[in-house]
Each structure stands twice: as C-alpha cells, then as structure tokens.
Design a protein around this ligand. Structure first.
Ligand SMILES: [Zn+2]
Length: 285
C-alpha cells in the first residue's frame, strides 16, 4: 500500500523556467539584475553594461582583450595546454565528454586565456578567465597557465594582470583542482618576492577556490561594479551562521566599503585605471 502518492503533475515551475530569457540574437536584452529591457545596440556600445542599473554582464576573454589592450598588441601564450580526465570522472556525463562539448561551444581548450599585450604602450602579462567554459572553474590547466604566466612576468620583469570570473575549483578533477590553489599562490608569491607587480581584477562572479587563492593576492585588487565576490554563497553562510546577512553582502561595493578590495571601477574606465596603476607601480620605479 502506498502512503504517499506521487502526483501525476506538479503545479510548481522550476526556477530556471520562470526566469524568462530573451533570445540573445534579438534587438532587446533583458538585464539579469534589474529585469529592464535594454536596446541591444546601446548595450553593446556600453561594453555590455546595463544603462539602467549599471550591472556589468559577463564578457569573453576576446571581448576583454579588445577593451583593455592596444589594438593588435595581444600575443597569446601557452594555448596548446589542454585538460585531461586523469580520474575518469563521471557524473551525469563523463568529464571527457563534457570537456569536448564546452570546447566546441566556447571555442577554447579550457576556461582561461593567457598572453602578453600592451596597455598604452606598456607590456603586461595577463590571464583572463572565461566563465562560459564550465563556470570558469579552476582545474590543472588553469593552475599551470597562471603559474607559467607569473613566471613569464617574473623573467621579463613585466607586470601581471589577472581578470577573474569563476565559480571555484573544478570538481571533476577532484584533489588535483584544489592543488591548483597552492600552486598559483606559490607562483604569485615568487613573483612578488622578486619585486614583481600583480594587479587583480575581480569580475562577476569571483567565488570559491579562485577567490580563496590568487584572486585576492593582487598588490592592488580592483572589482567590477556589482560583481558577486566571496567564498561560499550567501545561502550557505546564512544556513551555517543562522543569521540574516546584510543587504549587498558579497557585492563589489560592500567589499570595497569593508576594505576587502581597493577600488570598484566601471568597465569603460578600466583601461585608463589599469594603465595609471601599472605606470605608477612599475615604470616610475
Ligand atoms: Zn539592469
């Protein structure tokens, strides 16, 4: 005898279906933050920033390179490094299968692009995380490429600039992904010991193992407006400490007010600010 019967249908709609998303190919975009409709052309002109609430949408490494580096100056490095499924990990899908899917969809081997470029004539080594590739998660490839870029910056005595956007460590690589936290921190510390300058830019979102390792180690830490930055999510913290969190908790502005980041800079002012900081801390010395 069944005590509880599963209803044939449910009246609850999954959250993912409730959030109507407008097709990105149309002429209107819906803001993820304030739900306003934005004219796509205007949104693109504003570097994918909402004109109503100032929310900064995620952008790809290629788009960011165009915004930050001098035209034609970017040279990619370590592009041949690709992830392997050393654990034979499988959840709903196999890790190998998942990687192939993302590689086809995003058009890169992993969630990071590294290289060198010029910012108003100053050469800078840089890493750019890509949230659209498995949530920008950090596995062995990201750890290796960040360490190699930090070593390149150290050897060539140029500043290191990292743009973070990540959900944290890549669970499909198990303990190997957590090891990358120690690896990236060591590489950054070696660079700093030699007097190198590291500038970290936290984009939406920067969380988990990335926030807890190299992202917060910048000599200067910049955040994009309204970016979600933290280790665990607010719901997990509320459930753990059994307290309601203050409004705006884990947002860039809140962190800036509480001394966790040095400044919040709008995307359209970012190149100018980075140039000023890099020139002040490296060229003038
Ligand atoms: Zn908005």
């Amino acid at each position: 005898m069944n005590w509880f019967r599963r209803p044939k249908y449910t009246t609850l709609t999954p959250l993912s279906q409730k959030r109507e998303k407008l097709p990105q190919g149309g002429i209107w975009i819906k803001c993820e933050e304030c739900n306003e409709l934005i004219y796509k052309k205007e949104w693109l002109k504003l570097l994918k920033v909402c004109p109503k609430c100032g929310f900064h949408f995620q952008i790809s490494p290629e788009e960011r390179i165009k915004i930050i580096f001098d035209k034609g100056s970017w040279k990619e490095s370590f592009s041949e490094i690709k992830p392997v499924d050393s654990l034979g990990f499988k959840d709903i899908k196999g890790y190998r299968e998942r990687l192939t899917e993302y590689q086809k969809k995003v058009g890169s081997l992993d969630a990071i692009t590294c290289g060198k470029g010029k910012i108003r004539g100053i050469t800078v080594a840089s890493c750019l995380l890509d949230f659209s590739f498995m949530g920008g998660s950090m596995g062995s490839v990201m750890g290796e490429k960040i360490a190699l870029t930090a070593e390149m910056a150290q050897a060539e005595r140029i500043p290191l600039l990292i743009f973070s956007a990540s959900g944290g460590a890549r669970m499909q690589e198990g303990i190997v992904s957590l090891l990358q936290m120690a690896k990236t921190v060591s590489a950054i510390n070696l660079l700093k010991k030699e007097g190198g300058f590291y500038l970290s830019v936290l984009c939406n979102p920067t969380t988990g193992g990335v926030a807890a390792s190299f992202a917060f180690l910048g000599d200067i830490v910049i955040a994009e407006p309204k970016a979600l930055i933290g280790f665990a999510g607010p719901r997990v913290i509320e459930q753990t400490i059994k307290e309601k969190l203050p409004p705006g908790f884990q947002r860039a502005e809140f962190l800036s007010e509480h001394g966790m980041v040095d400044m919040v800079v709008k995307r359209k002012e970012l190149k100018e600010k980075i140039f000023y900081l890099v020139r002040f801390f490296t060229v003038s010395q």
